[in-house]
Design a protein around this ligand. Structure first.
Ligand code: AMP
Length: 403
C-alpha cells in the first residue's frame, strides 16, 4: 500500500498490553425495536476486540446510532447493541448510560484487563458532530490510546473520529485496515478487466467517484435512477423517470471522458416501467433505451440484466455501489438481485468483488449472498470518498506525519 493507508499507524504497531484503550466503532446498525436486524458491523469488529482482550487491554467502545438530534432518545440507544455484542462475542459487555461524565466514568473505572465497556450514543451530545474540542477531551479521558475502527464514520470530522486523536496516540483497527487494503487494491492494482457498477438515486453524490473511477476501470455499468440523468444527457427520452436536471452537463462530461479513455460505459438497454411508484402498479417493459412518455423507469429490464451479467462474468475485479432499481419493492428488485447473483458467481470463479453502500449490502443480505463477495465494505460513503481520492478526516487525524 503506497498511500494514505500506509501512513497511518496500525494496531500491530501499538503496544496495547494492559492499556485502557478508547475504540471508535461503527455500530450504526438497523434496529427494529430492540432487535438488531443486521449485525455485520458489530461482527466485523470482533478480530480487533479479540486482539485487545488477549493483550488484557481495558476496552472502551464509543459509537453512534442513527440521527438523534443531539439529545437522548430511547429509540437511538445503543443498549440493544451491547446485548448483541455480548451474544456475538461471548464477552461480557458493560453498558454505560452516557458517553461522558459520571455514568461513563464509573463504568470505565471499574474495568479490569480484558473487559469491555460500551458507552451510550455519542450523538446524544450535539458537541459530537460539531467536533467540539472540550467534548473530545472528555472522551479522550477514557483511554490512554485511541483506535479508529469505525470505517463507516471515517469520512466525518467529528469529535470521536478526529477530535480525540488530538489528545491520544492513535492507530487504525483491523477492520479499517482490511477495508483500506481492499479499496487500495481496487484503486492501485486491480486485476483486469476492472468493472464498476454504479446505481442508486443521487448522481450528485457519485459524480466525483465516477470521474475518478474512469481513470482506473475498463468498463462501467450504470443502472438505478442514476441512469436517467445519463440517458437524458444522450438525448434519449426518459418519460417521467427520476432526473437530476442540474447534473445533465456533468453526465455529459462523464460520457465524454469515458469515450476519450476508451472505457466502455453501458447504460441499461431496456427498463421496467410503471405509471405510479407503488408495489402493485401495472408494469411494462420498454422496447429499448427510451422510457415511454408518461412512464417511470423503476428497474433495469431483462435485456439489460443479460448484458450486465455477461460483463460481470468477464471481469476480474468488480466494484458495486447502488441498487439497479427500487429494490425495496419486490417487483422492482430483479435487476439488483441479478447483479448480486452474478457477482457471487464471479467471486466463485476467482474475481475480486467489492460491494459498498447500505442498499447494495441490503440486497446481498436479502439474497443470502453477503458471504459470497471478496469484501463487503461497512462504509458506503467512506468507500466512495476513498475511491474518489478524498482525504478521509478520520485517517488524516492519525497520519504519522501529524506532529
Ligand atoms: P442512493 O442513496 O443514491 O444510493 O440511492 C438509493 C436509492 O435509489 C434506493 O432507495 C432505491 O430505491 C433508489 N432507486 C434506485 N433505482 C431507482 C429508480 N429507477 N427510481 C427511483 N429510485 C430509485
Amino acid at each position: 500500500m503506497e498511500d494514505k493507508a500506509l501512513k497511518v499507524r496500525r494496531l500491530q504497531e501499538m503496544d496495547v498490553q494492559g492499556k485502557r484503550v478508547l475504540v471508535r466503532v461503527d455500530y450504526n446498525v438497523p434496529l427494529k425495536g430492540e432487535k438488531v436486524l443486521d449485525n455485520t458491523r458489530i461482527r466485523e469488529t470482533l478480530p480487533t476486540l479479540k486482539r485487545l482482550i488477549e493483550a488484557e487491554a481495558k476496552i472502551v467502545l464509543i459509537a453512534h446510532l442513527g440521527r438523534p438530534k443531539g439529545k437522548p432518545e430511547g429509540k437511538h440507544s445503543l443498549k440493544p447493541v451491547a446485548a448483541e455484542l455480548e451474544k456475538l462475542s461471548k464477552y461480557k459487555v458493560n453498558f454505560a448510560a452516557d458517553c461522558i461524565g459520571e455514568a461513563a466514568d464509573s463504568v470505565v473505572s471499574k474495568l479490569s484487563g480484558g473487559e469491555i465497556a460500551l458507552l451510550e450514543n455519542l450523538r446524544f451530545h450535539p458537541e459530537e458532530e460539531k467536533n467540539d474540542a472540550g467534548f473530545a477531551k472528555q472522551l479522550a479521558k477514557h483511554g490512554e490510546l485511541f483506535i479508529q475502527e469505525a470505517f463507516g464514520a471515517i469520512h466525518r470530522a467529528h469529535a470521536s473520529t478526529t477530535g480525540v486523536a488530538k489528545f491520544l496516540p492513535g492507530c487504525i483497527g483491523l477492520l479499517v485496515q482490511k477495508e483500506l487494503e481492499f479499496l487500495d487494491r481496487v484503486i492501485n492494482n486491480p486485476q483486469r478487466p476492472f468493472l464498476a457498477i454504479l446505481g442508486g438515486a443521487k448522481v450528485s453524490d457519485k459524480i466525483g467517484v465516477t470521474l475518478r473511477l474512469l481513470d482506473r476501470v475498463d468498463g462501467m455499468l450504470i443502472g438505478g435512477a442514476m441512469c436517467y440523468t445519463f440517458l437524458q444527457a444522450q438525448g434519449v427520452s426518459i418519460g417521467k423517470s427520476l432526473l437530476e436536471a442540474e447534473r445533465v452537463e456533468d453526465a455529459k462530461r462523464i460520457i465524454e471522458k469515458a469515450y476519450s479513455k476508451e472505457v466502455e460505459l453501458l447504460l441499461p438497454a431496456d427498463h421496467l416501467a410503471v405509471k405510479e411508484i407503488k408495489e402493485d402498479a401495472s408494469t411494462q417493459l420498454s422496447q429499448g433505451m427510451a422510457v415511454p412518455e408518461g412512464w417511470i423507469g423503476v428497474d433495469i429490464g431483462p435485456r439489460s440484466i443479460e448484458i450486465f451479467q455477461e460483463k460481470i462474468a468477464a471481469a476480474k475485479t468488480i466494484f458495486w455501489n447502488g441498487p439497479m432499481g427500487i429494490f425495496e419493492m419486490k417487483p422492482f428488485s430483479k435487476g439488483s438481485f441479478a447483479v448480486a447473483k452474478a457477482m457471487a458467481e464471479a467471486t466463485a470463479k476467482g474475481a475480486v468483488t467489492i460491494v459498498g453502500g447500505g442498499d447494495s449490502l441490503a440486497v446481498l443480505g436479502q439474497a443470502g449472498l453477503s458471504g459470497k463477495m471478496s469484501h463487503c465494505s461497512t462504509g458506503g460513503g467512506a468507500s466512495l470518498e476513498f475511491l474518489e481520492g478524498k482525504l478521509l478526516p478520520g485517517l488524516a487525524a492519525l497520519s504519522k506525519e501529524q506532529p
